[in-house]
Design a protein around this ligand. Structure first.
Ligand code: CTP
Length: 401
């Protein structure tokens, strides 16, 4: 891969993962990309200006106000001289300041002043990543067009386990390349929205209602659309599968959050709703863990309907994507139920599959689908989910050509 002639402004914010920025700089330089670094004050506790300067072979800027810096390269110019701004690692604090539009240090100032695309690679403790404030900040940033890579799941320096680890430098490099090298392919210039995975509907702080969706099919579709050149926003419920490269992933937990994130990602040319959205949520989730009382009957859960994301996206209106594709998970009368679902939801196509336990499709590696369009139905052979995704992406590209 070559990034020759491209320039990245790398903002390094504070956190134990800051050392990985050094490896990212090395990879970018090896790909021929010019790198200039901005080091936040807290990042300077983890990596030195000297190392960043040596690896990037370029001057590194930090918070210390310098008249020479301002006359040689003002912060406005600094923010615009690059083709792309990358924040790696992006701390919860810097993401919050970006969401709020603050400009109280050099890092946040260049991010506010820039007219170039911005890619963030979050890294933080799992609880901080899952906190409602961070979830809301990420949704806001994604709605403003900020691209995201990671975080990944795994053991963390703080001895906890979960999502929050900085994406590995090769994955960040791939996300940078996807943004800097103009996409080729039949879907270049198109924006696709994909929903994927299950949703989790809380009962209390420790229990939730979920389903067996793995996210494999939806994630494979996002990857296949990106491979054909589309810019892809993937709104995903909690899954264990890795982020597809070059795709902006917006992580959510509940159906209501999935709807809000999907609407925020519009406008889009294509929407593919592959998520297994929970149809119902608990009317009022308990704020504290529900305790057993000896002799008392089990608690009754009152359920209320969740919003239908596919039907909402399919409704006529100025932001309706040109092609809306839904899935139909059925255990019987597949063709009739799926055709009725297409009409009821108002989408253009339905990808129907038989999710009876004997098929092993739900949560499995393969899928056997029937594509239902306005003009009829097609039976596809049983294929790996990645092949179903490629075939569907090719059909979508043909339909939009
Ligand atoms: N879907 C959605 N929002 C919901 C429920 C479903 O966007 N609240 C979408 C799914 O992503 C899928 C399609 O609707 O693309 C059909 O999902 P499915 O579970 O098969 O259908 P339901 O609407 O739940 O209908 P039923 O459970 O009655 O079969």
């Amino acid at each position: 891969m070559t990034l020759a002639g491209k320039r990245v402004l790398l903002v390094v914010s504070g956190g134990i993962a800051a050392y990985k920025a050094l490896e990212l700089i090395r990879l970018l330089r090896a790909a021929g990309c010019g790198v200039t670094c901005v080091l936040s004050r807290s990042a300077a506790q983890f990596v030195t200006k000297l190392s960043l300067q040596a690896l990037s072979e370029s001057r590194t800027y930090d918070d210390l106000f310098s008249l020479t810096d301002e006359s040689e390269m003002g912060h406005i110019q600094l923010s615009r001289a690059a083709d792309l701004l990358v924040v790696a690692p992006a701390s919860a604090d810097l993401l919050a300041r970006m969401a709020a539009g603050m400009a109280d240090d050099l890092a946040s100032t260049v991010l506010l002043a820039t007219d170039k695309p911005v890619l963030v690679a979050p890294a933080m403790n799992v609880r901080m990543w899952q906190h409602e404030a961070t979830v809301a900040n990420m949704a806001l940033l994604a709605a403003r067009g900020v691209r995201v890579v990671g975080p990944e799941e795994g053991p963390m320096a703080c001895n906890e386990f979960g999502p929050g680890r900085l994406a590995e430098p090769p994955a960040i490099l791939a996300a940078i390349a996807a943004l800097l090298v103009p996409a080729a392919g039949p879907l270049a210039g198109r924006h696709a929205l994909v929903t994927s995975g299950p949703t989790h509907e809380p009962i209390d702080p420790v229990r939730y209602i979920a389903n067996r969706s793995s996210g494999r099919q939806g994630h494979a579709i996002a990857a296949a659309l990106a491979a054909l050149g589309a810019r892809v926003s993937l709104v995903s419920g909690p899954v264990g599968v890795p982020d597809p490269p070059g795709v902006t992933v917006i992580r959510v937990e509940t159906a209501q959050q999935m709807l809000a994130a999907s609407l925020a990602a519009l406008p889009a040319d294509i929407a593919v709703c592959a998520a297994a959205v929970a149809d119902w949520r608990v009317a009022s989730a308990a704020g504290r863990k529900i305790k057993k009382t000896p002799g008392a009957p089990p608690p009754a859960l009152e359920l209320v309907a969740n919003p239908d994301i596919l039907a909402t996206l399919s409704a006529p209106g100025p932001t309706r994507p040109r092609l809306v594709v839904g899935f139909a998970a059925e255990t019987d009368a597949l063709a009739e139920n799926a055709a009725a679902k297409r009409a009821r939801k108002g989408c253009d196509w339905i990808v129907a599959n038989d999710v009876s336990p004997a098929t092993g499709i739900m949560g499995g590696e393969e899928n056997s689908v029937h594509l239902i369009t306005a003009t009829g139905a097609e039976d596809w052979p049983r294929l790996p989910k990645s092949d179903v995704a490629r075939r569907l992406a090719a059909r979508i590209a043909a339909a939009l050509a």
